[in-house]
Write a protein that binds this ligand. Structure first.
Ligand code: FE2
Length: 357
């Protein structure tokens, strides 16, 4: 992590030196993006945006926490911000940025039309651009049909039948925090705490990588885990070894008889004090447009096997094959930020792992 952080600072320094105060009239200019995506800086859809508009995309990557503190520092200086767009992999982080006044609301008919309600901030501070669900992956041989039928909710992994058979991502990671925040919001403090305690009492093996969690399930080191669905999409389209891993496991949508599967979005908001406001809006509008929400590699959702937030767009074929499901729309994305702190406290209180073991 450390080298990524140092690299981000270097990139930010180079960016600020390279910024020119005035641009020629016909120069489409730049859009500066602070991104907590971890799938390569110059992603295919960003390159496609530059090809379509001439606007250069400069990405400065970092963890959500680093980027939030850089945004705060930029805005505290009072002048125009270094970043124009804040791109985050978690609605909680986007909501926190909005509530701290780091983003500005935009009123774009194009965006309100492109992004389905439920996948964007109701006040226009940020818009979801792709959807990731967090759900069950299980070993096809070791989990019997009966056992599988008994896992329908996230809470079901608290059952002692899973003693010694569970892998989880540690609670130091945002993926685990946001998932358990949905359990907290849904069940309330007492029952959610019992679930977190029940799962952690099952002698969990903590692995800080979704792909490694799936590999561990495939290898029978554990039988069940919760992961983001797109890691399954990647394995299905990866090397021969990846495909063998994919073929040894199954995916099941959780909470289908309840509120629906837990999901999160990659979303983007325009930074307060953005020096390139029009380009920032154009960038987000481009990524949300139907033709750029496709399941192919050049599209934002497709490049990472995520689902589109634009209801007119089609999902990538591999993940469409995972079957139909309902999203949990009862837990509004703009609420995610509110539950983060209490969730971390809850996980801490029951001894849930915060590191690999
Ligand atoms: Fe990820």
């Amino acid at each position: 992590m450390k080298h990524v952080f140092v690299l981000s600072i270097l990139v930010a320094m180079v960016m600020s030196i390279a910024m020119v105060p005035a641009m020629a009239q016909d120069d489409p200019g730049v859009v500066n993006v602070y991104s907590s995506r971890h799938y390569g800086d110059l992603e295919a859809p960003f390159i496609a945006f530059t090809e379509a508009t001439g606007i250069e995309v400069r990405v400065s990557a970092g963890s959500p926490r680093d980027l939030l503190s850089r945004l705060r520092a930029d805005i505290d200086r009072g002048d125009r911000s270094v970043a124009d767009v804040f791109l985050a992999i978690d609605a909680g982080v986007l909501s926190l940025a909005a509530s701290e006044g780091l983003l500005q609301a935009i009123d774009s008919d194009a965006l309100n039309e492109s992004v389905a309600e439920g996948f964007r901030d109701p006040d226009g501070y940020w818009y979801g651009l792709s959807i990731r669900t967090r759900t069950l992956v299980y070993n096809l041989e070791n989990v019997t049909e009966e056992e599988l039928a008994a896992v329908n909710t996230y809470a079901d992994l608290a059952d002692p039948m899973w003693e010694g058979r569970v892998c989880m991502r540690p609670a130091s990671h945002i993926y685990t925090v946001s998932l358990f925040s949905s359990i907290l919001q849904d069940l309330g403090e007492e029952d959610a705490t019992a679930v977190a305690e029940g799962i952690s009492n099952n002698t969990v093996r903590y692995i800080n990588s979704d792909t490694s969690q799936i590999r561990a399930v495939a290898a029978g080191e554990c039988d069940v885990t919760f992961v983001n669905h797109y890691y399954m999409g990647r394995l299905a389209n990866g090397s021969e070894e990846d495909v063998a891993v994919f073929d040894s496991v199954g995916i099941k949508w959780m909470n289908q008889e309840e509120n629906g599967v837990f999901f999160n979005v990659n979303g983007a908001g325009v930074v307060k004090n953005s020096a390139n406001l029009d380009n920032a809006i154009a960038f987000i509008e481009y990524l949300a447009a139907t033709e750029n929400q496709c399941g192919e590699l050049e599209c934002f959702p497709g490049s990472n096997y995520e689902f589109p937030t634009n209801p007119a767009a089609e999902a990538n074929e591999t993940i469409a094959d995972f079957g139909e499901f309902e999203y949990d729309l009862a837990y509004g994305l703009s609420q995610y930020g509110e539950f983060q702190e209490a969730t971390v406290e809850m996980l801490e209180s029951v001894g849930f792992g915060f590191a690999e073991n």
